[in-house]
Design a protein around this ligand. Structure first.
Ligand code: SAH
Length: 384
């Protein structure tokens, strides 16, 4: 069993609901929840946990502010408040990224960079976001500022890179609105290319400041590996990847399929997905920026046929437009990835009533110490 230590910030931070619970027990609790919600549909395989469930987050975010006495603090908002908990060390965040944030914290005073005050709108630095490619080693630092000018920015970047030569790009993100959103719309490149790349399942992906990328790359490979195993592609299939984000699943699948059609609502993610396909020299793939339900209704109306549907919807799950079109198009297999087994159970019920059976149910622990549960299920069309 892996050792565990209770995190000193647990109570105030509130992100990790399993603090103080041994890892084996966390997995057992998640397995029980999956069985309770999905067990009616078939046998649930044992959840796949992490060998080392610490420091798995490749994306680290800290909000910056000041105490009344002027001390600079950086960390997270205390649960349900706007008080900042000053965090020096987090059990689940990448250690190099956390260290970079601490060192930015340390540089602020000598560079006379003021932290932003939410109430008055005075000051400059609001948040720092660091993303690290675990395979590539590339690091992106995003400084979220209340206005676009960072005084002595070149010297600041120089000082930071002296401490952390691994930083490959620095971006200023301008967020001048009174909002609880971290990122604003405008990015200004200060150093490097403005994005990093990382490798997942043998493919290379571009990660921009605001694009979605799975935050636990070690377990994402396990999850996608299971999804591919369930799909059992032979090279002849026509495949849909719905809710495709930056195209990760579709691009990995395209290497083993005849054709992949991806659909995703977020235009930025679709743009990244197209770049990623080119970057990996994948040609048998197409991307559509649309609501997945509307898109599938259209495909079904046109009498299109597909062999396998991958679907990976957000927490709210899929919808009837999408699911009823799956039923009409009647793919042999549906591989359903979910970060919320409650909505997945609801959607499985719909498909099981209409000619599908659940063949495999697999949990993958993507978020140790937190209560989040990720599952992948294989459904196949029943013989008529
Ligand atoms: N499969 C990807 C992304 C999964 S996250 C991966 O593994 O990285 C879910 C994705 O669904 C997000 O990218 C979100 O933008 C997208 N999404 C949310 N609602 C949608 C809708 N109605 N139609 C299509 N995509 C949607």
């Amino acid at each position: 069993m892996v050792n565990y230590n209770r995190c000193p910030y647990a109570k105030k931070c509130g992100s990790c609901s399993f603090q103080g619970v041994p890892y084996e027990q966390q997995l057992a609790t998640k397995q029980k929840e999956i069985k309770k919600l999905l067990g009616n549909y078939g046998k649930v395989s044992p959840i796949i946990g992490m060998e080392n469930p610490y420091h798995y987050r490749n994306k680290v975010h800290a909000v910056f502010g000041r105490l009344r006495n002027g001390t600079i603090v950086s960390g997270v908002y205390e649960a349900k408040t706007h008080k900042i908990v000053d965090i020096e060390n987090c059990q689940i965040e990448d250690e190099i990224s956390s260290k970079i944030i601490r060192d930015i914290h340390g540089l602020l005073r000598s560079f006379k960079i003021k932290t932003y005050d939410e109430d008055t709108g005075y000051g400059l630095l609001r948040h720092v976001l660091v993303r690290r490619g675990f395979t590539s080693g590339e690091v992106m630092v995003v400084l979220v500022l209340g206005s676009p000018i960072l005084p002595s920015k070149n010297n600041f970047v120089k000082a930071l890179r002296k401490l952390h030569p691994e930083i490959s790009t620095v971006v200023i993100n301008v967020n001048d609105k009174k909002t609880s959103m971290v990122l604003g719309e405008r990015n200004i490149m200060v150093y490097g290319k403005g994005f990093i790349e990382d490798t997942l399942c043998g493919c290379t992906f571009r990660i921009s400041p605001s694009s979605f990328y799975q935050i636990n790359p070690v377990q994402t490979e396990v999850l996608y590996g299971k999804a591919m195993e369930f799909a059992g592609l032979s090279g002849k299939e026509r495949v849909v990847d719905a809710y495709s984000g930056i195209g990760t699943i579709g691009i990995v699948a395209a290497k083993q399929a005849k054709e992949v059609i991806c659909v995703e609502l977020n235009p930025d993610a679709v743009r990244d997905a197209r770049t990623n396909a080119k970057r990996n020299e994948i040609k048998n793939i197409s991307f559509y920026q649309k609501d997945a339900g509307e898109f599938l209704v259209q495909m079904a109306r046109q009498g299109e046929k597909v062999d396998v549907v991958f679907m990976d919807p957000p927490r709210s799950g899929s919808d009837e437009a999408f699911l009823s079109s799956v039923v009409t198009m009647a793919p042999k297999k549906v591989v359903y990835i979910s970060c919320n087994p409650e909505t997945q159970a609801r959607d499985l019920k719909y498909l099981v009533k209409r000619g599908y059976e659940v063949k495999k149910i697999q949990g993958v622990d993507m978020f140790p110490w937190t209560g989040h549960v990720e599952t992948v299920c294989l459904l196949s069309k029943k013989a008529q």
